[in-house]
Design a protein around this ligand. Structure first.
Ligand SMILES: [Zn+2]
Length: 201
């Protein structure tokens, strides 16, 4: 029987085995992927991104197998564990189809737009979110009306409609696909993850 869990539930806090030496790498650093592990369902469908620590616990509890490992190993008393890069859950976990696309956050918008300003195409600089149709002109706060914009473009567009400002988003904004969480977790996708991701993620 398949268990049902939200992706968040997979991030639970299990005790790490006594004596285990696990890396305390900065996991939340933007663009940093060194501490992140891609989690696949038993069906090989990508369902989450977790920390090395969490992946190691799942592996030690025999709840996951390691599909891809990194170049270094974790040492815990008598055992040596490959550093997980991609793991696969042993038991299928049912994930609601729209679990990842419901919440609109700044980070999810940036991830959907691949951290690229949708007006000038620049990838660097301070990113903001812009309402394509300004809220003051009746624009909604929905996926199809919010885009990533660099701060200078956002200032230039101001409170104007796209045609008034002659600034149109490079791509038509829409709700993200089901693997958006991968891009939210890691702005740079490790090459070894790519073979497990859908081609048009
Ligand atoms: Zn820009």
């Amino acid at each position: 029987m398949a268990a049902t869990a939200t992706p968040e539930a997979l991030e639970g806090r299990d005790p790490v085995p006594a004596g285990a030496v696990l890396p305390g790498a900065p996991e939340r650093r933007r663009g940093g992927t060194s501490g992140r592990v891609l989690v696949l369902n038993a069906s090989y469908e990508p369902i989450n991104v977790c920390t090395v620590r969490r992946a190691t616990v799942l592996f030690l509890k025999q709840r996951a197998e390691i599909l891809e490992e990194g170049g270094w190993r974790l040492h815990a008393e008598s055992l040596t564990i490959p550093r997980p890069v991609v793991i696969r859950l042993v038991t299928y976990v049912r994930i609601p189809r729209d679990a990842h696309s419901r919440k609109i956050t700044r980070r999810a918008i940036f991830a959907r737009d691949r951290w690229t300003c949708q007006y000038c195409g620049r990838e660097r600089g301070k990113l903001t979110v812009d309402h394509v149709i300004p809220r003051s002109k009746g624009g909604s706060s929905a996926w199809d009306n919010i885009v990533t914009s660099c701060a200078p473009c956002n200032r230039r567009k101001g409170d104007r409609l796209p045609r008034q400002a002659e600034m149109h988003p490079l791509t038509h904004p829409s709700p993200p696909g089901p693997t958006i969480f991968v891009h939210v977790a890691a702005s740079a996708i490790p090459p070894v993850w790519e073979q497990y991701l859908p081609l048009a993620a």
